[in-house]
Design a protein around this ligand. Sequence first.
Ligand code: SAH
Length: 341
Amino acid sequence: MKPDLIGLDAHEIKKWAVGLGIDAYRGRQIQHWLFKRLASSFEEMTDLSKSLRTLLKEKANISTLEKIKSLVSEDGTEKYLFRLSDGYYIESVLIPERDHFTLCVSSQAGCAMGCRFCLTAKQGLKRDLTPSEIIDQVIQARKSMDDPDRMTNIVLMGMGEPLANYDAVVKAIGILISEDGMNFSHRKVTLSTCGLVPQIKKMGQDITVNLAISLNAGDDKTRNFLMPINKKYPLNSLISACRDFPLPNRRMITFEYILIEGINDRDEDALNLCSLLSGLRAKINLIPLNPYPESQMSPPPMERILQFQEILIKNHFTAIIRKSKGRDILAACGQLSGTYS
Ligand code: SAH
């Protein structure tokens, strides 16, 4: 099978080049074209000889994602639909912030985690993405921007559970943050997980990017109801992995908490959350539930949300209410399905 060159790190591409009888330094040149100049074909690599370009074309692929469609929300959020080479679909979301853009990237087609509030969960897991398919989302989105350098942040919060596709995700992050690769700052890459405890421990040793935990409840009963993974890794094991997680100076773990009316939005729930996270360097993102058709759950009224936040702040936590963007085009958290009707 032809390798996808954007999924190879600097070492691998050199090794691959040498295997083909090409000088190792060409690997670096090719990576420059792929990651810095966003070339989508070998023809564009004009400082390589014509015969070399022909050879590369025979022996390798560049991009395998096909951009099918993009939708732009009223607030400027843009959602891309991509088709994978075997016909599955994934989505990525480009989110405008005050002074930069954040790209929300998928790690799997579908998801096996079955969280009750999330639309992606409804389709089950189709398959893991390859490192190349993860990185290609970034490349394709950058290519569609007037100034690609304004995309400074990446969040692995799209479709799928990144830590359930551990090796490919870690490999892709390595390429995204390496100088030879896409050169993102590791401070600006965030991986979000529903709480796969063994992989959280491993991740702390393997990579230094930000960790976000989709928490959504401060007690096991509620969390079991919302997120089946909690039965396997209950809160005490999850929080203890967070306490052990190596955090560079001044960094914090982000805890995402979707507020759902009548389920996890009482004062008592806020107090549970405070005692669960006490002593942790934690930042809490409160996300009012984004309903999707048939979800049968709703966000609490704003008054309740503010009261919930107030309790957290009184207990000395940083707690922000995260406005969801792109709701009108089903691009907000938990609304990605990989389909268009
Ligand atoms: N599997 C990973 C990453 C994908 S979910 C994880 O669970 O973290 C990204 C975020 O969207 C999570 O924080 C999740 O809690 C949130 N989310 C999912 N469905 C949502 C919904 N309907 N409304 C608001 N946020 C939602």
